[in-house]
Design a protein around this ligand. Structure first.
Ligand code: PMP
Length: 426
């Protein structure tokens, strides 16, 4: 099976362990951020000779940069299978995109109900909670969204629920939600759908439109740093009419056509929603990453990463005292959350790093309600967490998340390390 290692910067980095031994670093923390593509870094280097501030400059470099920045919108719309009535707004990251959308939905439907789910990242929960009446759709025993519960909520709030905000893939369990079926349900009850694509964009093809009009996705958002491009750029794509409602959340340079002492005429979309000098280099780098993902083929990536997931799931289950918090390997991006009985998750992550050169993440992954549910914590347990000031003692998990450049041999090295940790051989 083909691995796409040659596309990535830094896959052969040698790092020191605690005892000074030098080893090849293994990164199993791709759900936090992915390393960059070589093509992206080459492009940044090349473009650094030409970039300049965009939109109002008449110089050659300004016009070239403007062209690159503005044409990125069509490339992105194409990448996500956008609809003709969608616009592309550049922001800093997914979190900022969702906050912006919450502001826009609030302008259009000030007193509406928003539904979100138990499996959301805090970024797809808190922006809604502080602006709307929010109700939460439950997940089942395994942590997958309960679609019957969603429909029940949609029926209960019929007429006042205007948006359902749901993730495409969980950054904790990797579960992929049937977002087009969810869209059909939302539309049946008069709500629009926002899909948080942060955890899916580099792992599976997104298509906002659908042959069945009821199944199209109304809004999506994602971040470049999780797609083999640098930090600092996110994208909000969605329905122009709603995104054009009200005044911009960020007001200032670039957002206006006319300003006098007593009135303002706002710019048209998308510029109205991109206050201040934008991250031109970041947007250009994101397009370069998208082109590389398309060149490799998202279907090939999905297939390869699913093989890694299957291999890891079947080989790690042989480890003594390991407990997984997700079910199966189908309809999942390549993420595995687990604990080793009797060893704190902080300790596991620390030993993996210091003694084996393996980078993973541990804790609650900015999804506390979901992780608490998967850990089966009671209300009392949660009260104790709040009281306990030592955050290293708080409950959590260890998370493995694979990228297109990880290998089966790296999983073998992880298994060896986890076996030793489980047996106390450290
Ligand atoms: N949603 C999901 C599902 C995520 O995994 C993340 C990042 N871990 C975010 C939202 C937030 O992304 P960012 O930090 O780039 O804003």
């Amino acid at each position: 099976m083909e691995c796409f290692r040659d596309f990535i910067v830094g896959v052969d980095s040698i790092i020191p362990l605690k005892d000074g031994t030098m080893v090849k670093y293994i990164n199993f923390d791709n759900a936090a951020t992915t390393p960059p593509f070589k093509t992206v870094m080459w492009f940044i280097n090349y473009f650094s000779e030409y970039y300049a501030s965009i939109h109002r400059g008449e110089g050659y470099k300004s016009r070239l940069s403007t062209e690159i920045y503005e044409s990125a919108r069509d490339e992105i719309l194409n990448f996500v299978g956008g609809n003709k009535d969608d616009t592309v707004i550049f922001v800093k990251n997914t979190t900022e995109a969702i906050n912006k959308l919450s502001y826009k939905i609030c302008s259009q439907y000030p007193n509406c109900v928003v539904l979100t789910t138990e499996m959301e990242h805090h970024s797809n929960l808190l922006p809604w909670r502080f602006r709307f009446h929010v109700d939460i759709v439950k997940t089942d025993e395994c942590g997958r969204i309960d679609l019957d519960h969603l429909e029940k909520k949609l029926k209960n709030y019929f007429g006042i629920v205007k948006l359902v905000a749901v993730t495409y893939a969980s950054n904790v369990t990797g579960y992929i939600n049937p977002v087009h079926d969810i869209a059909a349900l939302c539309h049946k009850y008069g709500a629009k759908i926002f899909v948080d694509c942060a955890q899916i964009a580099a792992h599976k093809k997104i298509c906002m439109k659908h042959e069945d009009e009821n199944k199209k996705l109304d809004f999506i958002a994602f971040s470049a740093h999780k797609m083999y491009a640098p930090f600092g750029v996110g994208v909000l794509v969605g329905n122009k009419t709603i995104l054009n409602s009200g005044v911009p959340d960020v007001k200032g340079g670039g957002t206006v056509k006319v300003v006098t002492d007593d009135f303002v005429i706002w710019e048209d979309l998308p510029h109205k929603e991109e206050g201040g000098t934008p991250n031109v280099m970041g947007v250009a780098a994101l397009v370069s990453a998208i082109n590389t993902l398309s060149y490799i083929g998202l279907d090939n990536i999905e297939k390869y990463e699913n093989e890694l997931l299957k291999y890891a799931a079947s080989s790690l289950k042989e480890i003594e005292k390991i407990k997984f918090y997700c079910d199966g390997v189908e309809n999942k991006v390549a993420i595995i959350p687990f604990n080793i009985e009797g060893v704190n998750h902080n300790e596991v992550a620390k030993i993996l790093s210091e003694e084996y050169g393996i980078g993973v993440r541990n804790g609650c992954f900015c999804a506390q309600p979901y992780v608490h549910k998967l850990l089966k914590l009671t209300k009392n347990d949660i009260k104790n967490i709040i009281r306990d000031s030592d955050i290293t003692k708080r409950p959590g998990m260890v998370r493995l998340s694979f990228g297109l450049y990880n290998t089966f041999e790296e999983i073998d090295r992880l298994k060896y390390a986890l076996n030793n940790i489980a047996k106390g051989n450290n």
